[in-house]
Design a protein around this ligand. Structure first.
Ligand code: AHG
Ligand code: MN
Ligand code: MN
Length: 334
């Protein structure tokens, strides 16, 4: 018998406080949790079970898929399609939305997800993750279309990620703060280890892929230049820099000790407004960051207020410690 609060107990107790809860949502989250446990196991075994390396395929966004991108997508779909809680899913790795197959009952929620975030890191044994976002299927809609997914992030009822790092963690919000759970492999349960996670408002640590520097817009150029100038520069302080190239790991670091993360608008490929995907990465992470007291912005607008125009839409992302994100947003206004 363990004495910690399991994620299942936590979700049930949270749902009990809602007047009309049916248990449906609790049950849906249980399936998400199961998927994350299976993925954690696959990632953990790695080469032992032959899952590392590249597949000979590209996803709809023209990115070469890793074997694990495909396997984890399959795991996430299989865990979540059968129980009757979802009406459809949208995945970074699927061209179109994934309707719940006819043999299963359909439910009242929609789920968008990135089954393996940071997958360029998988072969070098650096942290990767899974990100998901849950919205309500519009009332009376039995067979949702792509358009039913295209609602702003403010409509999310739940967002979360699993981080497969030295420990596997699950971080969740249902709009009532952010809580973190650590997988205890001996008992196969996520245990509440990080209740009520909050992001410090101030930071001296920034995160950006500077190999794109020549493509950045002026406000981001100015901000990073000022950070690099350190104590002698206009910010009057020394800054530290980190770049993992797994958004899940960067957001987790920011939730733990503060920081600012940027994948800003750039001119590298004029057909794309940014690199990160609104539905699978930017919106769920924005909900988590805001719920933890941080800010999430494109530089021009609050990410969660964007009205999506496509399930695979990309957006600029600037998120993290409130006061620091506001500095960058301020430079965009100047
Ligand atoms: P994914 O593996 O799902 O395609 O996402 C990778 C994303 C994000 O996690 C990370 O912050 C960023 O891409 C890294 O981009 P660079 O390789 O350009 O640094
Ligand atoms: Mn990703
Ligand atoms: Mn991915």
């Amino acid at each position: 018998m363990h004495n910690g609060v399991s994620v299942t107990q936590f979700i049930i107790e949270e749902q009990r406080r809602l007047p009309n809860a049916t248990g449906d949502f609790t049950s849906l989250l249980n399936d998400v949790v199961s998927a994350c446990k299976v993925i954690s196991n696959l990632v953990n075994k790695g080469s032992l079970i032959g899952v590392l390396g590249t597949a000979d395929t590209e996803n709809v966004q023209g990115e070469t898929q890793k074997k694990l991108d495909i396997i984890t997508n399959e795991v996430f779909i299989k865990s979540n399609e059968w129980a009757g809680h979802l009406a459809a899913m949208a995945s970074e790795e699927e061209d179109d939305i994934y309707p719940i197959p006819a043999q299963y009952p359909k439910g009242k929620y929609l789920m968008s997800f990135d089954p393996l975030d940071g997958s360029s890191n998988i072969d070098v044994n650096i942290s990767v993750g899974t990100i998901f976002s849950i919205t309500k299927c519009p009332e009376g809609v039995e067979n949702p279309t792509k358009e039913d997914f295209l609602i702003p992030g403010t409509e999310q009822v739940c967002a979360g990620y699993a981080l497969y790092g030295p420990s596997t963690m699950l971080v969740l919000t249902t709009g009532n703060g952010v809580n973190g759970f650590t997988l205890d492999r001996d008992i196969g349960e996520f245990i509440l280890t990080h209740p009520n996670m909050t992001i410090p408002a101030d930071t001296r640590e920034f995160s950006i892929n500077s190999s794109n520097q020549r493509f950045w817009e002026a406000p981001v150029q100015r901000y990073v230049e000022e950070c690099l100038a350190g104590k002698e520069g206009p910010r009057g302080d020394n800054f530290n820099m980190r770049w993992v190239a797994s958004m899940v790991a960067e957001v987790h670091r920011i939730l733990t000790r503060g920081g600012i993360f940027m994948y800003p608008k750039d001119t590298k490929d004029p057909s794309k407004a940014g690199k990160l995907r609104l539905m699978y990465e930017a919106n769920p992470m924005s909900m988590i960051v805001e719920q933890a007291g941080g800010v999430s912005h494109t530089g021009y607008e609050r990410i969660m207020e964007i009205k999506p125009n496509d399930i695979h839409q990309r957006v600029p992302v600037i998120l993290g410690s409130k006061n620091e994100v506001e500095v960058v947003v301020g430079y965009h206004k100047d």
